[in-house]
Design a protein. Structure first.
Length: 132
């Protein structure tokens, strides 16, 4: 894994945001996911200055946004409940931490669930913008 510092993650948050903003395709949603992930990691490193970069975090959570949310101490009322996500093809469930793979590989999510997920990501994104 390539180590990332707080300021690099903040910059990545801003860059992904610029490209994801106003888009409605799975590619835009993927960038929104990555923007949120980078923003949460940036906030975590900012709140924990004893970690110089992501490689120093003892229990690194990768793409697990739910864990990063918990570690970033986002108030539950700021972002709402975590949506339940299903794949369109067979209605099997898909964890939040795996949704980026669905978008990356072209696997279609349930349209209703996908919209709930995108709205949830936008709520997290808005909270991050206020914190950064």
């Amino acid at each position: 894994m390539i180590p990332a510092k707080e300021n690099e993650l903040r910059h990545a948050f801003e860059q992904h945001t610029k490209l994801a903003k106003n888009g409605t395709s799975p590619s835009h949603y993927l960038l929104l996911f990555y923007a949120v992930e980078c923003g949460l990691k940036s906030i975590f490193l900012n709140k924990n200055p004893n970690y110089a970069n992501t490689n120093n975090i003892p229990q690194f959570h990768g793409h697990d946004l739910e864990r990063w949310i918990k570690d970033s101490t986002i108030p539950a009322n700021a972002i709402g409940a975590t949506p339940k996500i299903h794949l369109q093809t067979n209605n099997s469930s898909c964890s939040i931490k795996d949704t980026h793979q669905a978008w990356r590989y072209g696997i279609v999510l349930s349209p209703t669930d996908e919209q709930k997920l995108v709205n949830w990501l936008k709520q997290i994104h808005n909270w991050i913008e206020e914190e950064i």
